[in-house]
Design a binder for this molecule. Structure first.
Ligand SMILES: [Zn+2]
Length: 404
């Protein structure tokens, strides 16, 4: 796990402690995030737009006022924080920390949409909202950067577009539309294959699309140099992109769990301790994650924590591939070479595959001989995920006791 993420966990852990001990006075987090966060929060009381001096030329006061008017017209609780983020600064150069800190310092209200500078990509924006996904903010803000009209737009115009898209409330659809082009016209794919980082980031969060583009890209690469075999290349590249995307998602889920646990009322949340345990375990798993199976484990733990908080006992993630998301039903399944049937929770697609006697698409892992096998075929003593089936056979956190 990256240093920044570790620090986010540290900061969140501290925040959690503060919340739980109810001291109220946050002397807390690393660095001077609280005071910097407080300064921004104070500024946001008078205008929904905060622009750091470093961006005063790109977004001058007149544009700030226009943005503020635009936001007011939406009637939504949107706030904008534009500032350069650099490792070692008050937020450790991480927009997640910035967002969480600012939100914490704002007068508490149930809903908030925050559009901030993106720490990973300069001149880009990132969207946050509480409660999660009410306005499809994350995708809406991400989509804003991928429209033809914003290709050469300055920060002010980009922010205005992001506000519009959040207000429109169709972020998912806009994102699909904005990034679809990246995969289809060959000319774009070619342009995309020229750079390394820049073209990849819009694909984070859209693995299927990523695969399409990667396939195109791999084909282009093949035309230039003969090795390695394209199928391997596609597989390896897709897997790397997949892993980065899943890691990011897992980090976001775990952070969200921390947020939710922090916001939970100790008196009325009997599952709080279990949630905190799952949160701590998920942080450790992320910290030591060596690949997709571990990252999926962090997702499963985050899910366990969320369920503990809400007191719901929803089905766990899909047994065959937890990256499929939460299961739709439980079903009996007999593993190859075994007599007994296992009771496993599966997603709709995997259920359909089983019904049609097709093999479900399984998450693979590496066994002790270095072979790639379905993760559940790794001996349970060596893998918490094989032992628990990511929640189908035992709670994910229960599996960690024995193995780690
Ligand atoms: Zn599935």
């Amino acid at each position: 796990m990256s240093t920044e993420v570790k620090r986010v966990f540290t900061a969140l852990a501290v925040l959690l402690l503060v919340a739980l001990t109810a001291t109220g006075t946050a002397t807390a987090a690393d660095g001077d995030a609280p005071s910097a966060g407080q300064r921004i929060a104070n500024a946001l009381r008078t205008s929904p737009v905060y622009v750091d001096e470093a961006y005063a030329t790109a977004v001058p006061p007149s544009r700030q006022r226009q943005l503020a008017d635009r936001i007011r017209r939406t009637g939504l609780p949107i706030k904008v924080v534009l500032m350069p983020l650099t490792r070692g600064d008050a937020f450790d150069g991480d927009s997640d920390v910035l967002a969480a800190t600012v939100r914490d310092r704002l007068p508490q209200r149930p809903d908030l949409v925050l559009i901030t500078s993106d720490s990973d990509f300069p001149d880009s924006l990132r969207g946050y909202e509480w409660p999660a996904d009410t306005h499809q903010t994350r995708k809406a803000v991400a989509a804003a950067g991928f429209l033809d009209e914003t290709r050469d737009a300055g920060l002010a115009d980009l922010t205005a577009k992001a506000v519009d898209l959040v207000a429109e409330g169709k972020g998912e659809q806009r994102w699909e539309e904005a990034t679809k082009d990246l995969a289809s016209p060959r000319e774009r794919a070619e342009r995309a294959s020229g750079g390394t980082g820049e073209w990849l980031w819009p694909l984070i969060g859209v693995p299927a699309l990523a695969l399409t583009v990667l396939a195109t890209r791999a084909a282009l690469l093949r035309s230039r140099r003969p090795s390695p075999p394209v199928s391997e290349l596609v597989f390896a590249t897709a897997r790397a992109a997949d892993e980065a995307q899943v890691r990011r998602r897992a980090e976001a889920e775990v952070l969200a769990l921390g947020e939710a646990a922090r916001a939970a009322d100790v008196a009325t949340t009997p599952g709080l301790q279990q949630a905190l345990d799952a949160y701590a375990a998920a942080g450790r798993v992320l910290d030591e994650a060596r690949g997709l199976p571990d990252l999926a484990g962090a997702l499963a733990l985050a899910q366990e924590g969320r369920d503990a908080l809400s007191g719901s006992s929803g089905l766990p993630l899909c047994f065959f591939n937890p990256l499929h998301g939460r299961s739709a039903l439980r079903t009996g399944w007999r593993p190859l070479g075994r007599r007994d049937r296992l009771d496993v929770a599966v997603c709709r697609t995997c259920a359909d595959a089983l019904r049609d006697r097709r093999a479900p698409e399984v998450l693979t892992d590496t066994d002790q001989d270095g072979r790639t096998v379905p993760y559940f075929e790794v001996p349970a003593g060596r893998s918490a995920w094989a032992a628990t089936g990511y929640g189908s056979l035992a709670t994910p956190s229960a599996g960690l006791g024995g193995v780690r």
